[in-house]
Design a protein around this ligand. Structure first.
Ligand code: FES
Length: 430
C-alpha cells in the first residue's frame, strides 16, 4: 500500500458525519462557529491527489472529509476511487493489489472490484463463486476527474454537479500551465486554515518570511479599516483597496514605532531586483466568479488579475514570484487539513515554460509553500477555536464566510444565501 497521508486511516469517529441537506437553516447571527461542519461541506468537488502518485500496480489510500478512499487506475488509465473498506469483511482495498487494470483486489479473500464498485470476481473461491456480482456486495464509488494532472473527487452522495462550478476556470484552459503542491498538511481544522486568509495577519505574522525580510523595505500591505466584500455567487471578492503604507507606524501616546527599525531598506534594494526578475506573470481570470477572494467549498485565490491588466502591469507588485495562487484547504480529519497550492501561468512558448518550471521548483515552492506556509501553521496548530472571540473591523469577511458555509451545510449547495452585500457577477458568475 502506498500511503501518501500522515493521518490515521480510519474515519474520525468523534465527529458526526453529516451531509449537506435540504433542512432548515439556523439563525446566522451571533457566534455560529459551532455550526460550521468540522469535516467540510459535502456535495462539492475537491482536489484529491496528483495523478502521478497513483500507479498501475498498487492502490493508494487517501482520507478526505473523514472518508477513507482507495485510488487505483481505471480501465481507461484515469484514476478511479472507491471506499477503502471491503464490503465482505472490512479489509482495506488499499492494502491489496491491482492484478488487472481497472480493478483492485482485496488482500484478504481476493474479492475483485472494478471502478464502478462492482464485485466482478472472487479469487479465493474461483470462477464458480456464487457471490460475485451479487446485489448488496457493491462498494461506494467516488466520481473522479483529472485536470492538469490533479485528480478531483466528488465528495458527496448526490449526483455530481458540473465540475466547472467548483474548480477554477484556469483548469479548463489548454494554454494555462498549473504548478501544484499536494504535500502540505496543517494540523488544524479546515475552517481555521481558510479563515487564516481573511484577515490582517499577513502584515504581522509573516513580517519575517524570507522574501519580505530580504526584498520588501516596508513589510507587507495592510489596512486597519473595515473590510468590504461583494458576493460572487460562490464566495466573496474583496472590495477593500490596499492602502499605501508609511515606512513606520507611530504610536504617539506610547512612544512606539513599528517596525522598530528600518534596516531592511539598506539591503532590500539589492534583493528586490532578484525577486522581480524571477517573478512569473499569472494567468488572467476571465470571469468575476474566479477573481480574488474566497470560494466554495474552501479556497482562497490570491493576486488574481483580470484580463487586460497584465499589459499595464506585467509583473506582480512587490516582487512576488507567482502573482496568482489558489490555496485550497481540504479537510482530512477534525484537526488535520491538506493544503493545496495551485499556481497558474500562461507561458508563451516551451522555453519560457521550462524557465517558469525551474523558478517554481528552485524558489517559489520553498519560499511560499514552506517558509511562508509554516508560519501560518505554527500559530494555528495550538489555536483555541472554542475561545470566545472578539472580532475587529478587518474580520468582516470571516463573518460572511461562516454564514455562507452554514447556509450551504444545512440547506444544500443550491440553498440561497441571504445577505445584504453587493453582488458581483458576469455571464459565468451568477
Ligand atoms: Fe475483502 Fe474478504 S474482507 S475479500
Amino acid at each position: 500500500m502506498a500511503d501518501v497521508t500522515v493521518q490515521s486511516p480510519r474515519r474520525a469517529e468523534s465527529v458526526p458525519h453529516t451531509s449537506n441537506g435540504d433542512g432548515p437553516i439556523p439563525s446566522l447571527t451571533g457566534d455560529i462557529r459551532h455550526l460550521v461542519p468540522k469535516l467540510g461541506l459535502r456535495n462539492y468537488w475537491y482536489p484529491a491527489i496528483g495523478a502521478k502518485r497513483v500507479g498501475k500496480r498498487n492502490p493508494v489510500q487517501l482520507t478526505m472529509l473523514g472518508d477513507v478512499v482507495c485510488l487505483f487506475r481505471g480501465t481507461n488509465g484515469e484514476v478511479a476511487a472507491i471506499q477503502d473498506v471491503c464490503p465482505h469483511r472490512g479489509a482495506l482495498f488499499s492494502e491489496g493489489t491491482c492484478h488487472w487494470q481497472g480493478t483492485v483486489t482485496c488482500p484478504y479473500h481476493g474479492w475483485v472490484y472494478d471502478e464502478h464498485g462492482k464485485n466482478v470476481a472472487v479469487l479465493g473461491e474461483g470462477p464458480d463463486s456464487g457471490v460475485q456480482g451479487k446485489v448488496g456486495t457493491e462498494a461506494k464509488v467516488y466520481p473522479t476527474r483529472t485536470l492538469k494532472g490533479v485528480v478531483f473527487i466528488w465528495m458527496g452522495e448526490d449526483n455530481p454537479a458540473p465540475i466547472e462550478e467548483d474548480v477554477p476556470e484556469e483548469f479548463f484552459d489548454p494554454d494555462t500551465r498549473i504548478f501544484f503542491n499536494d504535500t502540505i498538511y496543517w494540523k488544524t481544522n479546515w475552517e481555521v486554515g481558510l479563515e487564516n486568509s481573511m484577515d490582517a495577519h499577513v502584515n504581522y505574522l509573516h513580517r519575517d518570511h524570507l522574501q519580505a525580510m530580504l526584498g520588501n523595505p516596508t513589510f507587507m500591505p495592510r489596512g486597519a479599516s473595515g473590510s468590504k466584500v461583494a458576493f460572487t455567487g460562490n464566495g466573496f471578492k474583496s472590495l477593500t483597496k490596499t492602502p499605501d503604507n508609511p515606512p513606520q507606524d507611530i504610536y504617539p501616546e506610547l512612544g512606539w514605532k513599528w517596525p522598530k527599525h528600518r534596516l531592511r531598506k539598506f539591503w532590500s534594494w539589492i534583493f528586490n531586483p532578484f525577486f522581480k526578475a524571477t517573478s512569473v506573470p499569472p494567468s488572467p481570470t476571465e470571469s468575476e466568479r474566479w477573481t480574488t477572494g474566497h470560494r466554495l467549498p474552501g479556497m482562497f485565490r490570491a493576486g488574481v488579475v483580470p484580463v487586460g491588466s497584465l499589459e499595464r502591469e506585467p509583473r506582480p507588485r512587490g516582487g512576488g514570484l507567482f502573482g496568482l495562487y489558489t490555496r485550497w484547504t481540504v479537510p482530512v480529519e477534525d484537526w488535520l487539513t491538506r493544503v493545496w497550492y495551485f499556481h497558474s501561468t500562461k507561458p508563451s512558448n516551451s522555453i519560457v515554460s521550462a524557465w517558469y518550471w525551474l523558478l517554481y521548483w528552485t524558489n517559489y515552492r520553498w519560499l511560499t509553500e514552506y517558509n511562508f506556509s509554516q508560519q501560518d501553521m505554527s500559530v494555528m496548530e495550538n489555536l483555541r477555536y472554542d475561545w470566545p472571540e472578539k472580532l475587529s473591523g478587518t474580520d468582516a469577511e470571516v463573518v460572511q464566510w461562516r454564514r455562507l458555509v452554514v447556509t450551504k451545510h444545512f440547506g444544500g449547495r443550491n440553498a440561497e444565501f441571504e445577505h445584504r452585500l453587493p453582488v458581483v457577477t458576469d455571464s459565468d458568475g451568477s
